[in-house]
Design a protein around this ligand. Structure first.
Ligand SMILES: Nc1ncnc2c1ncn2[C@@H]1O[C@H](COP(=O)(O)OP(=O)(O)OP(=O)(O)O)[C@@H](O)[C@H]1O
Ligand SMILES: [Mg+2]
Length: 241
């Protein structure tokens, strides 16, 4: 397996406050990799580094065989990194269709964009019925589907998702995680931050645990599911085993 993304010895600061301490991780091509960790451990900041929204003070980001540290976000997106940001960030007054087309904004090939819209709607058939609806009037789960579909419209090699199931009902949590697995089966690599550790580890191949800016545990998802340290911290102790 080759690696699609790697972070090497990343140190990040917000002013005087250090958020990452020699953070290193890799995301294998074709994998779902999950980043777990408590509040304020630096998970969202890790996403922002990959997307070029925050610059590390030191360390290297590599994407698809090339250095990507400190590149401007549009360039990173053009190289094949898509994102489903925290809280989804749709354009609430725009239609579902307009939101989806925003995901292809770095592209100019209208015919291929139309084909991609069809392909993406094939994965999210429920959205096909909602194309004209204002995105702001959709339920939380539906909005999450739009955010994922929008990210796919950029034809990404990697999709970064920050807490994609946040605030959703248990039914929608399951649906969204199933959709993430389906997107991955289409060949898209996924790097996600997720609070529902137990469910996330069911679809993930590999996971990392971040604690106050340091990776304290990592391994194949199946191994972490059985790790007592993960069970105690994230899976509600023995009951979840
Ligand atoms: N723009 C910013 N300026 C200053 N400090 C920040 C900024 N963004 C985040 N921080 C701080 O950096 C630390 C890590 O934040 P981050 O959002 O990466 O954590 P997180 O693991 O995603 O947390 P959560 O689980 O609450 O989403 C926190 O202490 C946070 O307060
Ligand atoms: Mg966060």
């Amino acid at each position: 397996m080759t690696e699609l993304l790697s972070l090497e010895n990343i140190n990040t600061f917000y002013g005087p406050v250090q958020v990452h301490f020699d953070l290193s991780l890799t995301v294998g091509r074709g994998h779902i990799v999950c980043l777990l960790g408590g509040n304020a451990s630096g998970k969202s900041t890790t996403m922002k580094i990959i997307l070029g929204l925050v610059k590390p003070q030191s360390g290297i980001v590599r994407f698809d065989g090339q250095p990507a540290t400190g590149l401007p976000t549009p360039q990173i997106v053009r190289r094949g990194v898509g994102s489903v940001p925290e809280a989804r960030r749709l354009f609430g007054d725009m239609s579902v269709r307009e939101n989806l087309l925003m995901g292809a904004f770095v592209r100019k090939d209208q015919k291929a964009i139309a084909e991609d819209l069809d392909r993406v709607l094939g994965l999210f058939p429920k959205l096909a019925e909602r194309l004209a609806q204002r995105a702001g009037t959709l339920s939380g789960g539906e909005q999450q589907m739009v955010a994922m579909a929008r990210a796919l419209m950029g034809r990404p090699k990697l999709i970064c998702m920050d807490e994609p199931t946040m605030g959703l009902s248990p039914l929608w949590v399951d649906r969204v995680l199933d959709l993430i697995a389906a997107i991955n089966k289409e060949g898209v690599t996924v790097f996600m931050v997720e609070q529902n550790a137990s469910l996330a580890l069911e679809i993930a191949h590999h996971a990392y645990v971040l604690q106050t800016g340091r990776i304290v545990l990592q391994g194949p998802a199946s191994q972490l599911r059985a790790d007592p340290r993960i069970r105690d911290a994230y899976l509600g102790g023995q009951e979840a085993a």
